[in-house]
Ligand binder design. Sequence first.
Ligand code: PMT
Length: 395
Amino acid sequence: MLKGKNIVLGVTGGIAVYKAVDVVSRLRKMSANIDVIMTKSATEFVQPLTFQSLSQNYVTVDMFEEPKKWEIEHISLAQKADVFLVAPATANIIGKVANGIADDMLSTTIMATKAKVVFAPAMNTNMYTNPIYKENEIKLKALGYEFINPAKGRLACGDYGEGKLAEPVDIVEYVTNMLTNNDLEDKKLIISAGPTIEPIDPVRYITNFSSGKMGYALAKEAKSRGADVLLVSGPTNIDVPSGVKVIRVNTTREMLKAIEENFDECDGLIKAAAPLDYRPEAVSNIKIKKSGEDLNIKFTRNPDISQEIGTRKKNQIMVGFAAETNDLVKNAKEKIKKKNFDFIVLNDVSKKDAGFRSDTNIATIIDKDGHINDYPKMSKEELSKIIIDKLSELL
Ligand code: PMT
């Protein structure tokens, strides 16, 4: 699958180095060519010989050792790379690259490469949340460097939190996606996901059952195909896919504002969110006390985000969802017209294993010319591929 692809892997010093060995093994099985550059500290954890045996390539550590063939090593590896992966990436290497420091083989080669560089950070939680580290990450992201988010869990030092190197299988998937289908490169997409919530008083709110699974799966798929993805998300418990930007919102009006502010620059908008159509007309600023009486709350209309954005549409492709329980196709067709969608993904939310909260969905895609395609039950990830394929064609 990766035959002919050159991956340069930078390995920096941390306990997670052993996982990088698994990454090399997996990528080799997919026929990629891997050149490994280790920092001196990385060699304290695992010998270069381990990487050499698995990659079947000479492992570079020192800037000044006798070259194996007559090439300026850091320049030739920098030019050869189709993707430059750094895993595990310490706070130190990220800090160096962010600040233009090139003082060893790895930092020099990263500086000299024109390939996409992707860091898979691994470090202690306090280091990972340190504002200095965060500033470096933000700076590098703005310059186009990519990051595979670390996982949460028990760290080698005994602390619990973010900072564990992402699993090798996820790192390999990320790199494979970078090297294969890049049909959405240079495209900016906004994807809305999850529910919105509307406060009633300081301790209560109304919402719906949307988990965000559908929208997050779409964001992951679009990102893996090279798109610049902005997720506008209501409250969810899902990790944001690596490399995806996020604006977190609570209310429908906040969701509208976030989309409005970014819509003119985007190429496509996918409205997988389930924004509340109504909100309490008045929000009490003190907790509503229990009394012997029933409580009546008057609800007022929220804006229809898609309808408002639809009127500003120029060349953008707009994809809607329709969560229906009856008159499915008729209602969905009306929504295409009313909201100016190019196509709509209709899910019958009364069906088991479809719509809200489930890992699967059962969808019908209807386009603005009335063509209808029914799909069987599949995972939200599989459905995302189909939706993004269709969007990609239109773009
Ligand atoms: O999040 P999950 O648990 O994975 O569930 C996925 C989902 C069921 C939420 C998703 O597949 C879905 O169907 N999302 C749309 C839900 C919805 O609000 O449907 P609707 O038929 O009420 O709205 C139609 C379209 O208008 C949708 O694209 C919606 O995002 C949009 N809308 C709705 C209300 C509103 N005020 N503004 C909007 O833009």
